[in-house]
Design a protein around this ligand. Structure first.
Ligand code: ACO
Length: 443
């Protein structure tokens, strides 16, 4: 079977060919399709990138119809079952699972960089007590760019890896400081004897005890949640990470930009919205009327639906299991009961079945986080802590890809043609000609 697409342009009767590789044609091959010498050539129009591959990537594989997620070829269930978060972070960043020695070095490297510069701590102190932690995280990560100006030297591999270790290590510290700032609690410095997750819990919750010891079930549950959130190929925030990174911006500013995308309610902000929704529903008997309101378009069922998964999100399945383990420690709360019932009813309802709307990663994660003692406004920050690994892996892959250039999409221009400036005294009075309205493609 020839691996090429034949296109006939019915405007001219001319025929063109575009090679097909990896089930993809190159959009630039459409440019040869012209009606004449002065024609710019055909563009593809794809708002929200529904059918556009922006890169070649060897990091994460998703089959949305089959509900498959793999990091570097390893099934997400197996990674969540058998690995630690830092092991998975190494895998995503380096392509292979670490050897024992590599893992030891990586763990101590991350531990070495958990501290924040005291001036950064002061920077955090400047926020109002009720500042949203995502705003604090984004601004603080951007501010780190001023602490480590050498980070802009992005083509030096050694320097790049140092900044990657710093970012992975400092995210939990920033998150914990945001939390303690809200309550006016003293900041807790990292304890390097603890695991990555145990240390994070220590910085969050240590009070008067001489040594904080995390509950091992909760510590492992958080580690699993971090594994599940570490990467998800070309999602909205990763696309931003690559887009900003393509301008050769330093990684701190890139991460701040990616985290800004994550903060949105349709992306990482969804688990916070799930909690609000469950709060609003309040009791199980109100679920049917809420579902009706969703179907009539009044609300969205938060934590349901996904651009890529048209099947059960594999992460949601693992999270549901993790929730059961967490509740053995914390006890069940009424929200999990409402969530389970909501899911049961939605999965039987034609509206959701026909649209292939299943629970996504955010549906249960917020409930677990809340049961563990995290406030809802911290949920997206908890997402950003592990996702920084995926962002950085994708950023580095983009930088080293010789095909990548500064990201710069085209547009279909739909505004005016050339117009004359109307003098101030006549503006808004005359029915001036609005100029021509024919869409033009500006190149
Ligand atoms: N509740 C009710 N209806 C929904 C939902 C939902 N959660 N999600 C999609 N639909 C409906 C749409 O209204 C649309 O219906 P229509 O065909 O009658 O117009 C149909 O399903 C297709 O939906 P789209 O909006 O085209 O799907 P898209 O791929 O653009 O959106 C998204 C994906 C943004 C995740 C969407 O499902 C959504 O808003 N979900 C709720 C928010 C959420 O949980 N986000 C977290 C995503 S996971 C993550 O970012 C980590």
């Amino acid at each position: 079977m020839p691996d090429r697409l034949k296109i006939t342009d019915e405007r001219t009767g001319l025929q063109y060919e575009a090679p097909i590789k990896d089930e993809t044609i190159r959009a630039i091959d459409l440019r040869q399709i012209k009606t004449g010498e002065k024609d710019f050539g055909l563009l593809s129009y794809d708002p929200a990138f529904l059918n556009t591959a922006s890169c070649r990537s060897a990091i994460t594989y998703i089959d949305g119809d089959a509900g498959i997620l793999r990091y570097r070829g390893f099934a997400i269930d197996e990674l969540a079952e058998r690995c630690s978060f830092l092991e998975v972070a190494w895998l995503l960043l380096n392509g292979e699972l670490p050897t024992e020695q590599e893992l030891t070095v990586w763990q101590s490297q991350v531990k070495r960089h958990t501290m924040l510069h005291e001036t950064t701590k002061k920077f955090l102190e400047g926020f109002r007590y009720d500042a949203h932690p995502m705003g604090m995280l984004i601004s603080t990560v951007a501010a780190l760019s001023t602490v480590y100006p050498e980070a802009r030297n992005i083509f030096d591999a050694k320097n790049r890896h140092l900044q990657i270790a710093r970012l992975v290590a400092k995210m939990p510290t920033i998150c914990a400081y945001c939390y303690r700032h809200h309550f006016g609690l003293p900041y807790i410095y990292p304890d390097n004897e603890l695991s990555f997750t145990g240390n994070f819990m220590n910085m969050m919750w240590k009070m008067f005890e001489p040594k904080y010891v995390a509950n091992p079930i909760l510590e492992r549950a958080l580690d699993v949640l971090f594994i599940l959130h570490a990467d998800h190929e070309q999602n909205c925030s990763t696309n931003i990470m690559r887009g900003v990174g393509s301008a050769q911006t330093d990684p701190y500013l890139c991460v701040a930009a990616a985290a800004s995308a994550l903060a949105g309610a349709l992306h990482g902000g969804a688990n916070e919205e799930v909690l609000r929704m469950l709060e609003e529903i309040g009791t199980k008997d109100r679920i049917p009327s809420y579902i009706e309101a969703v179907k009539s378009g009044k609300y969205k069922l938060m934590g349901f639906g996904h651009r890529v998964y048209k099947n059960y999100d594999p992460r949601a399945r693992i999270i549901k299991r993790t929730a059961d383990q967490v509740f053995t420690v914390t006890g069940e709360n009424h929200k999990i009961e409402i969530a389970r019932e909501l899911e049961r009813i939605a999965l039987e309802d034609d509206y959701f079945v026909q649209r292939k709307l299943y629970p996504n990663v955010d549906f249960y994660s917020g409930i677990i986080y809340e049961a563990m003692g995290f406030r809802p406004d911290l949920f997206t920050v908890l997402f950003a802590i592990p996702r920084v690994v995926g962002w950085l892996a994708q950023w580095e892959e983009m930088l080293l890809d010789p095909e990548q250039k500064i990201a710069r999409p085209r547009q279909v221009y739909t505004g005016y043609g050339l117009r004359d400036i109307v003098p101030m005294h006549r503006r808004g009075k005359d029915a001036d000609s609005p100029g021509q309205r024919d869409p033009q493609v500006a190149v």
